[in-house]
Ligand binder design. Sequence first.
Ligand SMILES: Cc1cc2nc3c(=O)[nH]c(=O)nc-3n(C[C@H](O)[C@H](O)[C@H](O)COP(=O)(O)O)c2cc1C
Length: 195
Amino acid sequence: MSRKILILQGHPDGRGGHFCHALANAYAEGAVKAGHAVGTIDVASIEGLTFMTDPADFAKPAPAPIAAAQDAVMECDHMVIIFPLWLGMLPATLKAFLEQLSRSEFVLGANDKGGWPAQKLKGRSAHVIVTMGMPGFAFRLFFRAHGVKALETAFLRISGVKPVKNTYIGGVEAMGDKGRKGWLERIRNVAASLR
Ligand SMILES: Cc1cc2nc3c(=O)[nH]c(=O)nc-3n(C[C@H](O)[C@H](O)[C@H](O)COP(=O)(O)O)c2cc1C
């Protein structure tokens, strides 16, 4: 089955060239080879992306570049969110993007019948890929992966996205070429085997 995949590149450095960018390329390569359609949003390159400061803006329609991102999310059926772990959580640029993206009830809406709000992203699945300096097991074991679980529960699962897969790539800075190539191959294969 061919899927419509949207890669959200969450590395804050819009110049590219980081391992997160190589991982996104590897995912796209594997997915395209398997016949999936792939689009990418580079969060750091979104023109005019700002931090939300006025809570009233949350209810207002998003500005054009964010509205285009909302359309891309609506059109996809699988999201791949890639980012480096910064201070145990998402880099601020990615968080700012997700706050802007969630404007005007984009992910959660009023439910006419009362009860749980309408989950607007139902029917989509996600894969969250996080790089980090510490070993991946340390993030799971000692940090309980809290910083990433917040993304999972407060953005993805609450809006109906499931299943959500996680890949934690630890020890990235000390990894060396061989280790990096191994991960790129693994991610290429995961993308190619997506059904
Ligand atoms: C501002 C900043 C904060 C960071 N915080 C953490 C952290 O909390 N835990 C960790 O394991 N690594 C941390 N790192 C290391 C990055 O996660 C690591 O450099 C990154 O995942 C490498 O991927 P990249 O080559 O795509 O940038 C931090 C790096 C920076 C620049």
